[in-house]
Write a protein that binds this ligand. Structure first.
Ligand code: B12
Ligand code: SF4
Ligand code: SF4
Length: 402
């Protein structure tokens, strides 16, 4: 029987989401959220950097995103796997094979490709059971500030590191939304307040951010964030920030890794591990021998706990920096097909790997240093100015710490 009342619809969609493998689901009314009133000032201060799409005026209220919108269904999928945190791994260093850090959210398959089909399953079920309504599903791609919607759907609080944190699951959550003209009962009920802010007096994320990206608690200047530099920025990374980037080659997890709520979720063990296997770190088989059988296709195996895959294979978990810096464009495409890392583009990723190699100087043994200098000299002669410039910077930095 089709769910008729607003409350029944909400119970029904929440159960459907669970069936689709989604860890969290809630419904918010498509009303004006007070956080969005701060958006204009945030943009005027220039905090969005080159992310022009954030200026889209539809992002400031849900009814501008979809005319007649009544509800927004928000889904959260955990991407927390059993692997250690960046703060545990990178401090160890590796004299012979320095390793970089791909942010946890980039280890597995592209979350858009994993979450959107699940949201579309919900959309199909809604159309079949509730009639032909105007609804749209988005994961990042729509003019919606998903974390704000998630707060009012009861999924968590907007924390000082600007992430949405759920008390049980922590913040390693991907969010996706369905905006619809059909009314569902809000999960929090008509008068209930959203989940309380549990940051309290803590400020670990603010103090740990290596580039000082939080201009005040709850406010990020994206132009100082390593995730922005390594993923969104297409040109050169400002030199003043390069040393502080350490060995981050795609995104950054520090302000989440130091958060007690993620550490608490980790201590809870398997109860808070995500249910979606596509988010486990990929392992890339070595390129096929040109004299051998057909080339290996997209990445297949997954590494669950180790930094290394089978012999000759590379894991996305703490990958070798020399491997990343020496990829050619064809190999880059093979390795990162269907991965979030492809957003950085080839030249962006090699740029990032050069910076990380420059920052690895202090820990290198003599053989590794000689090999890396040779690699950077080759990249410094690249016809691509972006790669060549960052390779030259890395060489100079290595020499400065010798
Ligand atoms: C642009 C963007 C980025 C940018 C900017 C980040 C940012 N803080 O906005 C960059 C590239 C830096 C980035 C980084 C990351 N991102 Co991102 N990103 C987005 C995107 C596409 C839009 C977010 C947005 O609209 N930002 C605009 C600003 C205005 O939002 P805001 O920071 O929340 O700003 C508000 C506050 O400053 C507040 N405010 C202003 N003044 C004051 C004062 C006080 C006192 C208070 C209380 C508040 C306040 O008002 C502002 C307006 O609402 C969303 C997807 C989506 N469509 O929502 C994903 C999204 C937010 N990102 C996500 C992820 C996973 C990441 C990374 C973890 C990836 C990584 N590891 O590198 C990092 C996390 C870094 C961090 N600490 O936020 C997830 C977050 C999930 C979660 N649990 O929160 C999202 C939702 C993607 C998804 N679909 O899952 N991201
Ligand atoms: S992602 Fe890294 S650089 Fe960006 S705010 Fe968090 S700690 Fe700072
Ligand atoms: S580290 Fe502390 S202040 Fe930062 S988000 Fe976590 S609880 Fe909040």
């Amino acid at each position: 029987m089709a769910p008729v009342g607003e409350r029944e619809r909400t119970e029904w969609i929440t159960a459907k989401a669970r069936e689709a493998g989604i860890d969290l689901c809630g419904v918010a009314p498509a009303s004006r959220f007070p956080e969005l009133d701060r958006m204009t000032e945030w943009l005027e201060r220039g905090h969005a950097g080159e992310m022009r799409y954030l200026h889209d005026p539809r992002r400031r209220s849900l009814d501008r995103a979809l005319e007649g919108a009544k509800s927004v269904i928000v889904c959260g999928a955990s991407y927390r796997t059993g692997e250690p945190l960046s703060t545990q791994i990178l401090s160890e260093g590796d004299r012979e094979r320095p390793r970089g850090w791909i942010s946890r959210y980039g280890w597995g398959d592209d979350y858009h490709d994993v979450l959107l089909p699940r949201l579309r399953l919900l959309l199909d079920a809604m159309r079949a059971e509730l009639g032909d309504l105007d609804s749209r599903a988005y994961v990042d791609t729509g003019p919606i500030v998903e974390r704000v919607a998630a707060k009012y759907a009861g999924l968590g609080w907007l924390a000082k590191n600007t992430c949405l944190i759920n008390q049980k699951w922590g913040s390693f959550l991907f969010l996706g939304v369905i905006v619809t003209t059909l009314a569902f009962e809000p999960t929090l009920g008509p008068d209930a307040a959203p989940p309380p802010d549990l940051c309290g007096s803590c400020r670990r994320c603010i103090d740990a951010c290596p580039t000082g990206a939080f201009v005040e608690p709850y406010v990020m200047d994206a132009r100082r964030c390593i995730a922005y530099f390594t993923i969104e920025l297409r040109g050169p990374i400002p030199e003043e920030f390069r040393p502080a980037m350490g060995k981050m080659v795609f995104g950054c997890d520090i302000c989440q890794d130091v958060c007690p709520w993620n550490q608490k979720a980790a201590r809870a063990g398997s109860a808070t591990l995500g249910r979606i296997p596509e988010f486990l770190p990929r392992v890339v088989p070595p390129p096929a021998d040109p004299r051998g059988p057909a080339p290996a296709g997209a990445t297949t195996a997954r590494a669950t706990a180790s930094a290394h895959g089978p012999s000759g294979a590379h894991s996305f978990f703490a990958p070798e920096l020399e491997w990343l810096a020496s990829l050619d464009e064809g190999e880059y495409r093979r390795v990162f097909r269907g991965s979030p890392v492809k957003r950085a583009k080839y030249r962006g990723l090699v740029r990032n790997a050069c910076v990380a190699l420059g920052n690895a100087g202090g820990e290198l043994g003599p053989e590794a240093r000689a090999r890396i200098e040779k690699l950077l000299e080759r990249l410094a002669a690249s016809p691509d100015d972006l790669i060549a410039g960052h390779a030259r910077w890395a060489l100079a930095r290595l020499q400065a710490v010798s």
